[in-house]
Design a protein around this ligand. Sequence first.
Ligand code: BG6
Length: 608
Amino acid sequence: MCGIVGYVGPREAPPILVSGLRKLEYRGYDSAGLATISDHHVEVRRSVGKLDNLDAMLREQPLNGTPGVGHTRWATHGRPSEQNAHPHRAGKVVVIHNGIIENFLELRHALAKRGRSMASETDTEVISHLIDEFVAQGCGLAEATRRAIAELEGSFAIVVLSESEPDRLVAAKNATPIVLGLGDGENFVASDIPAMLEHTRRVVFLEDGEVAEVTADRALITTFDGTPVERQPKVVAWDAVTAQKGGYKHFLLKEIHEQPQAIIDTMRGRILQEEGGVQLDIEVTDNLPADIKRCVLVACGTAWHACLVGKFLIERLAGIPCEVDYGSEFRYRDPVLGPGTLLIVVSQSGETADTLAAVEAGRERGAPVLAVCNVVDSSIARRAGGVLYTHAGPEISVASTKAFTTQLTALYLLGLSLGRQRGVVDADRGRQLLSDLVAIPALVKEALGREKLIERVAKKYGQAQDFLYLGRGINYPVALEGALKLKEISYIHAEGYPAGEMKHGPIALINEEMPVVVLIPHDAVFEKTLSNLKEVEARGGRIIVVTDAKTADLEEVAWEVLEVPATNELLTPILLTLPLQLMAYHVAVYRGTDVDQPRNLAKSVTVE
Ligand code: BG6
């Protein structure tokens, strides 16, 4: 999730672009760059790291000119470096891009055969070369862009600048956001409204499959095949901070609602539906040992809960025995590893010290290490042998939400890939398991659509001093995650527990004051969990049921029933987590805590 900005008009572009990028830095901060037309030539300035570095470079190597484009990067393909920073130039053309080009390797090979050489590791650079080829064949910039787009597979929001037509920008959208800002005698393009709010409130959102040709006094929109599109501008009332949160009150709520797209981006390019197989990235397949005898999954916080679900997925889908450990414990227990053991570490930030230490412990013992990370080229990603990236985009709020559900998605794909390799899962079952996964983003959207009811329940029980969360099997870790979310942001004491284990202790805590959240999908252990529910009811607990079907036997005992759509058992953790995220959020808002930066916590703990 990168930040992109474009300006076309009479003013010098660089200061407008830099201030726009500042408003978008929450979208990515691995590198930044600008390009302008200066004296009829494209000029580019790029630097690795935060925007301040680019600012410092511009003081040493001033840039002027207009129009211009700017980019702040969240790396997906190619590590953070100046070479991989955008804009990417090819001949007369420069391109900035947000999204993932799935077929970039094929396009690279084809371009190389046509004598084109790549200067970066990115997927984006192929777009600059394709457009430049069509410009060289005499196409106008908009037409050249349309023709190049026809060869792309994946998600892209791009802005193109070229010496061939120095008075315009061309933007195109497929699956990632682009908005035009209409000014007086000048116009703007950006991935998000905050970048242009100080200049205009008149905006036009591009839809998927559209291209916009933008000059200082007009914006012409067509479809990818050139059909003109008429669209009235909207007027935005948001202030700058609200705009950064996309109109949401908190980054946490924004990130909860970004989960459908984050899950799509995490499975993008990795599903081979016809074969019922999984195409994991080269960084993974090159580093997975041929004969895995055992997996050890290690992480901290929410990522540790993802490991517990991962154990279930890998054992069920691939038949490989798994163990799970906390990073802080693993590093000191002198773990028994060795070549046949795959050490899987999970970390959103890729910087958590305890998890990084686990990677080192694995390397010292000669164990192959696979990381599941969200931040490209983070320390853990660099130290691990292989890395399976989740593509959740930057997660700003301290409490982790979209990173968790994308970790579950990545571990499901890993389990399925190993299961297919080992013949535990055949092609038919593989196809079924994949189509269930492909259906998940829409089901997540549906579940999040029931927020109003969850908000009401949160307010009704938000005064409680203690909460108990119960789950069984693959959803026991979800009970732990629900309890952690509530603890993290509302400061209420909460405990997650295996439902069947409750009668061996925590049942003593239950009274009329205690809300008990029970995860009970209609799966193989439904009846067992129902009897645990009845044990809670008998002690007067206030039962909040989270399930995939509002059946009479549940309505009978529950004070509240929160329903999510049904899916296969192995994917229920993704859906059952959602009401727990929203409940914790609304309890925290109700209690007035600092939702995005709760006390005593940090987004990533880089010290032991
Ligand atoms: C904590 C965060 O500091 O670290 C949690 O507050 C997170 O949200 C945990 O789950 C682990 O972080 P990471 O980046 O290693 O997944």
